[in-house]
Design a binder for this molecule. Sequence first.
Ligand code: GLN
Length: 304
Amino acid sequence: MNYSELLKNIYEEVKGLPLEGKVASYIPQLANVSADKFGMSLLTVDGKEYKVGDTDENFSIQSISKVFTLTHVMSLVGETIWERIGVEPSGNSFNSIVQLEYENGIPRNPFINAGALVMADLLVSKLNDPKKDFLEFVRKISGNKNIEYNLAVAKSEKETGFMNASLVNMLKSRGNIHNKVEDVLDFYFHQCSIEMTCKDLANSFLLFANQGKCAHLQDQIISGSQVKRISALMLSCGFYDESGEFAYKVGLPGKSGVGGGIVAVQPQKYSVAVWSPKLNKKGNSSLGMKALELLTTKTGMSIF
Ligand code: GLN
């Protein structure tokens, strides 16, 4: 497959499209990003790298970090995580609180904010130095020792994250948060503030295309069975109330973030990260989705 040529064609095609949507501004620091950035990085399991556009520029990974917390939590506590979080799509926006009350404080899945807050609580309980240890884990699976939290973004979300504060308090009142709500929120805002490039993201998701092994380390991070479970959740829940649309148009497991990033995986073949900051109404990158739809359409290859 000539991915170089393909990425170039996709880039030309999406660059000509109108830039629909809006850069996230509900976290004030995120509004500072230029809307016309676009990068796409594809890494194959046999170690080849293809890229186009702004692939070496750092951006805020936001909810993509939920895949890293799930991976870390599963490697630490295995299946017991499902006593506190479900595995069903929510059909609601990422920060919705409506189901949480009538479902007794058990979030529908780990990729909505309520589920991510329970995972943050688990990591605060399990890790010795939660923020430091989690950052080390992300550095390890991405193969980049220089990855950092963006403290201004974390602070900005702390000052405006009232919905996340509501969610964590609701969870606490139902007994599904074991630590102090401030500590859980602090961890969550930091995990979301991590900055990575398209290349770092593609690198760190390669383990899902590679049976749980990091290609750069040959380390087994999670089992093949855990790869299946996390990938199934990405496919059914990775895009909140747009997960059906993403599966329909792209046909790969993936995860988005309000920083405009999307990462997707073609099992046994490649991981691909795309970044374009303008978001559609569901909080997913408009051009990012389009680029990935073009990728699976042009290659004639998806998981189906
Ligand atoms: N930090 C963001 C929030 O909690 C993450 C949301 C996202 O990327 N979908 O609102």
